[in-house]
Design a protein around this ligand. Structure first.
Ligand code: MCA
Ligand code: AMP
Length: 512
């Protein structure tokens, strides 16, 4: 095949007049119309001088046109780099510069802040708004409805997704066509997706879950998606009776359970609910089953690996576990210090290998070598065990990471900024349980002798630099941080001490 990713996901549907996207207002976009939109955008990209292998950074709201941009990049052999819409211009600048993106597409409202970044990085700038308007689609309007698909091989890069690191510097995970295709094929089969499926899609499309799991599985099986701009309980409840499947982060499911309109009857047309990106509490799993009769299917993945494990479609979906390694994925538990494989039942580092595992971090050979072994096993940073029946359980993380509502937050990035503030000697940022987001960010700050930093001023100082979802929901001044004999801050003790901070809130309450 000329371009396996494009051909399998998109080209296979050429000429189909049936709906691919069902929008919030009930209107639909057929496969054929979507492919024509993508082809027109592909012309814009190549006329702008982008060549196969070039990177295209996109910080755009979710819309059919934004998804068509992804398809266009695949058809033109361009590496797509989707970016969280919450990132500040400062955060964005790093991704554009580091990736050497040849083009940046942003919301028209942000042009003023972003144009200087594009100019400095030598990237062309186009715009695309949530309603589909912008320079990108203006130019596309004059283009042909078909585009000669650029030849690509399975080993060619398809996407860069940036993931933060414990040092605070983000790394560009390089994903190949094969990584994406093999995983989508496996998931579509394991989860029994067909042309008959209508997936309720309320996830963002700038991360693996919404883009490579939800969208690619639907595309590969030729089904349709109810394509909502974001998770909104009213819209989801309105759409559920038409859906056959839904994928979400645990916050989606706890929010639905908090809503009395979410009943067994409402969920009766759905055949499958999938959860991932963050731990689903066993309690949520059980409450969901009591309410709807459905057992949520929990799976486990990462940006670098796509999906690694899944609970079974048939057979027991075991609460508190992420199921079995997917077909084609090798998974082992190793001693975090020596790398030696541990016997079944023991807790250690989860390592995975398979066609789903990425090619490495962009221009970071040392970081790649530190996490991706010569024999192909990727060291996930997650701690887990395999129970007596073979189910994988994630019991913790060795990496210092907070997952809030499915978004990853690396404490180091926040600590570095706090430590720079006047009157601050040092800080520790931890994740504590939160009824809505699962975990949320708390910052503990030690003042310099005689100083009394104002927590509001600290919060304000973070505001301009960090995406909103990374902002601490509480900043507390403390005298000292607990340290072990090696001088390392004992975050486990801090997490214990502050674990009750948000527990008094009623479930579902939105915190400041
Ligand atoms: C929004 N806010 C958040 C989050 N989302 N704060 C912390 N954590 C978050 N996740 C901010 C908003 O900007 C807002 O700020 C305030 O918190 C409350 O917003 P709210 O209206 O309650 O939030 P929302 O807009 O409804 O969003 C919550 C959400 C969303 C629906 C849970 O975060 C979401 O869609 N999460 C999914 C993330 C995801 O797709 N992860 C997959 C990563 P203010 O009040 O100041 O305006 S892929 C992955 O992890 C791997 C590969 C895997 O296995 O899937
Ligand atoms: P990211 O690199 O942003 O894609 O985040 C991947 C991380 O999310 C994994 O390394 C896990 O720590 C976490 N994760 C994903 N799915 C699950 C799950 N089902 N249960 C617990 N943690 C999960």
């Amino acid at each position: 095949m000329a371009n396996p990713l494009y051909d399998r996901l998109f080209g296979a549907h050429a000429g189909r007049q049936d709906p691919f996207l069902i929008l919030a207002d009930g209107s639909t976009i057929s496969y054929a119309a979507f492919l024509a939109m993508a082809a027109r955008i592909a012309h814009v990209l190549t006329r702008a001088g982008l060549s196969p292998g070039d990177r295209l950074a996109a910080q755009v709201e979710k819309s059919p046109q934004a998804l068509a941009l992804v398809a266009a990049a695949a058809q033109a052999g361009i590496v797509i780099l989707p970016l969280n819409t919450a990132y500040t211009p400062g955060e964005l600048a790093y991704f554009v510069e580091n990736s050497g993106a040849a083009m940046l597409v942003c919301d028209p409202d942000r042009t003023e802040a972003i144009a200087p970044i594009a100019a400095q990085c030598g990237a062309r700038l186009e715009t695309l708004a949530a309603d589909g308007s912008g320079t990108l689609t203006d130019k596309a309007g004059d283009m042909a409805d078909d585009f000669p698909t650029v030849e690509r091989a399975t080993d060619d890069l398809a996407a860069f997704l940036y993931t933060s690191g414990t040092t605070g510097r983000s790394k560009g995970a390089m994903l190949t066509q094969e990584n994406l295709l093999s995983n989508a094929e496996t998931l579509a089969e394991c989860w029994r997706f067909t042309e008959e499926d209508v997936l309720l899609h309320a996830l963002p499309i700038f991360h693996t879950h919404g883009l490579f799991v939800a969208t690619n599985v639907t595309l590969l099986s030729g089904g349709a998606m109810i394509f909502l701009p974001k998770f909104d309980a009213d819209a989801v409840i309105g759409a559920l009776p038409r859906a056959t499947a839904m994928m979400g982060v645990p916050t989606f499911y706890t929010r639905l359970l908090d809503d009395p309109r979410f009943t067994r009857d409402l969920a009766s047309h759905v055949r499958l609910f999938v959860s991932g990106s963050a731990p689903l509490l066993a309690e949520t799993h059980l409450r969901f089953e009591e309410r709807t009769g459905h057992r949520i299917l929990e799976r486990y993945g990462m940006t670098e690996t796509n999906m690694n494990t899944s609970n079974p479609y048939d057979g027991e979906r075991r609460a508190g576990t992420v199921g079995f390694p997917l077909p084609g994925v090798d998974l082992k538990i190793t001693d975090p210090d020596t790398g030696a494989e541990l016997p079944q039942g023991e807790t250690g580092m989860i390592e995975v290998r398979g066609p789903n595992v990425f090619k490495g971090y962009w221009q970071m050979p040392e970081k790649t070598a530190a996490e991706l072994r010569q024999d192909g096993f990727f060291i996930t940073g997650d701690l887990g065990r395999i129970d007596e029946d073979g189910y994988v359980q994630i019991v913790g993380r060795q990496k210092d990471l907070i997952i809030s509502g499915g978004y990853n937050i690396y404490p180091k990035e926040i600590e570095l900024l706090l430590d720079e503030q006047p009157g601050v000697m040092e800080s520790a940022v931890i994740g504590v349980p939160h009824p809505d987001f699962g975990e949320t960010v708390v910052a503990l700050v030690v003042p310099e002798p005689g100083a009394a930093p104002d927590t509001e001023a600290l919060a304000a100082a973070l505001k301009g630099s960090l995406a909103r979802f990374k902002h601490p929901r509480a900043i507390r001044i403390v005298e000292t941080l607990p340290r072990n004999t090696m001088g390392k801050v004992q975050k486990n003790l801090l997490r214990e001490e502050w674990s009750g901070l948000f527990n008094s809130a009623s479930a579902g309450e939105r915190m400041p």
